[in-house]
Design a protein around this ligand. Structure first.
Ligand SMILES: Cc1cc2nc3c(=O)[nH]c(=O)nc-3n(C[C@H](O)[C@H](O)[C@H](O)COP(=O)(O)OP(=O)(O)OC[C@H]3O[C@@H](n4cnc5c(N)ncnc54)[C@H](O)[C@@H]3O)c2cc1C
Length: 491
């Protein structure tokens, strides 16, 4: 292990977040010295791995949790506009990499798959129609289609219409421009560019154990080589904790006031994956339904076409489970280690004020294979047990934050925690996740390296890489960039 070498930036964890940040930094200032430290032996093995997430390009085209209905019955699309803008920002950056010849084949990570919302029952159908009306008025979503007709749904997702009776009240919407993502492949290619073009390497099998202030400005990153057991320290001016589920445990060791009161609750995930290619080939869609009342947003059931390593797959889920680990390859002591005097009030507050969530998790954990198949049969009436198998998905750590009134609040989005001077930043939470990695890492860049984002040269470069950067997104700009990006990414 290299000892006491000065770095400008150390990224903890080799997932999509560190890959994106490190590459942006090197593209803006190639002479900065960047190191990525990873406890496993390859990149993208935790949440960013293709099978560990759902591979949805979250763009608010089909996910109903981004368009809540208020008490007067109005559907609010503000959050949806935000998510859609963020995903287009990511697509712009990825298309820049393709146009520059740094990524050869866009099909290796992005495939067009139409996005649908599908609901049952009159009230839900009425809500979906209201959402359609609101979407029709906005240029980001005006290509939306809506139907209550079984015949149309038969055209959109025939597999789901087998065995339906005429008295079932259903509605669906569709936006053609949806995408299916292989974030694992994308992450591996980002690290490839870092190594080949910028000589920036990942230090594998090395776990960051602690991060302490050193002298006046630098951070001392303490790590252990997990193969040899040898310990060492490395100095860096900036640190980014992009350790996925492992971020919270590291943040808690960093001596900054901003970390206080944060806690986390691990939720593991499982999918049903189709083993029968004849069935898989009959579906070409991502179909998202509605979460049950009181269920968390990440519980929204969906039936997804996936493309993983050149093969078409069909996946249903997610089902939540409980494991005290914070990473899929983590330790059973993770949850226990994360509880301390600072965050006990937040943890208790969240537990006490979210009893429906606790009930949901207990019910999910108690589900048998047959129960899960019954959930799938809401989507596919004639699904047979022998055609499906369970697969373990990635581990999420839901962030718990101090709350003045309830002790603690549960956060379903991503949280960027940083020191006042921006020299250490940490990403907590996993939703909407990889889809919005470019916007989130641009936020980190602004905090940690303001000189790179505010200089004339930096601004000019960022506008080439990400045309939405710091711009009001008008209809004309949106449509122009969407067309350009779609061509480059072959969508
Ligand atoms: C079930 C599920 C479904 C999801 N579906 C979607 C989806 O459809 N669309 C979407 O956009 N996003 C989705 N997400 C979210 C998305 O997967 C994550 O937001 C994203 O992959 C996080 O990337 P990351 O780089 O932060 O973390 P990770 O990919 O988890 O990488 C963190 C890395 O840090 C390493 N590490 C941890 N601790 C240490 C340490 N102390 N020292 C060194 N290395 C360390 C880990 O080994 C790991 O390699 C989903 C997530 C889950 C779990």
């Amino acid at each position: 292990m290299e000892l006491r070498k000065e770095y400008d930036l150390i990224c903890v964890g080799a997932g999509i977040m560190s890959a994106t940040l490190a590459l942006l930094v090197k593209q803006l200032k190639p002479d900065l010295n960047v190191l990525i430290v990873e406890r496993l032996d390859k990149v993208a093995q935790e949440s960013s791995a293709a099978w560990n997430n759902a591979g949805t390009g979250h763009s608010a085209l089909c996910e109903l949790n981004y368009t809540p209905e208020d008490e007067e019955g109005h559907v609010n699309i503000k959050k949806a506009i935000d998510i859609c803008t963020q995903f287009e920002t990511s697509k712009q950056y990825w298309s820049f990499l393709v146009a520059e010849g740094l990524i050869k084949d866009p099909k290796s990570f992005i495939t067009p798959v139409p996005h649908h919302s599908w609901v049952k029952g009159k009230d839900n159908a009425d809500y979906l129609e209201k959402r359609f009306e609101a979407y029709k008025e906005h240029f980001m979503f005006d290509t939306i289609e809506f139907t209550r007709e079984a015949e149309k749904m038969q055209e959109w997702f025939p597999l789901m219409m087998h065995g339906r009776t005429e008295d079932e009240v259903m509605a669906a919407s569709r936006i053609d421009r949806g995408t299916e993502m292989n974030y694992g492949s994308l992450t591996a290619q980002l690290f490839d560019i870092l190594e080949k073009k910028y000589d920036t390497k990942v230090l594998f099998n090395t776990e960051v154990e602690d991060i302490d202030p050193d002298h006046d400005v630098d951070w001392l990153v303490k790590m252990e080589n997990l193969t040899t057991g040898k310990k060492g320290t490395v100095d860096s001016e900036h640190v980014f904790i992009g350790a996925g589920g492992g971020s919270l445990l590291l943040l808690q060791k960093v001596e900054i006031d901003e970390k206080d009161g944060y806690g986390g609750f691990p939720v593991s995930g499982e999918w049903l994956v189709c083993k029968n290619p004849d069935i898989t080939n009959q579906h070409n869609a991502k179909v998202y339904s509605k979460a049950g009342i009181g269920d968390p947003p990440m519980s929204v059931p969906h039936l997804d076409t996936r493309f993983i390593n050149g093969k078409k797959e069909l996946l249903f889920g997610p089902f939540a489970g409980f494991s005290p680990k914070f990473l899929k390859e983590g330790s059973y002591l993770d949850l226990l280690k994360s509880i301390n005097f600072e965050n006990i009030p937040s943890m208790w507050g969240v537990f006490w004020h979210n009893l429906p969530l606790t009930k949901y998790l207990v019910e999910q954990v108690a589900m048998s294979f047959e129960d899960r198949m019954d959930s799938l049969r809401v989507f596919l009436k004639d699904a047979k047990n022998e055609d499906w198998e369970i697969m373990v998905a990635g581990q999420r750590v839901q962030t718990i934050k101090k709350d003045e009134f309830e002790g603690g609040s549960l956060e379903f989005g991503t949280q960027l925690v940083s020191s006042k001077d921006g020299r250490i930043t940490c990403l907590l939470g996993a939703s909407p996740g990889a889809s919005t990695s470019v916007k989130i890492m641009l936020d980190v860049l602004e905090k940690a390296f303001p000189e790179l984002t505010t200089s004339e040269k930096g601004k000019e470069q960022l506008n080439i890489m990400v045309p939405f950067y710091k711009k009001e997104v008008s209809k004309v700009l949106f449509e122009k960039e969407l067309e350009k990006v779609s061509k480059i990414l072959e969508l």
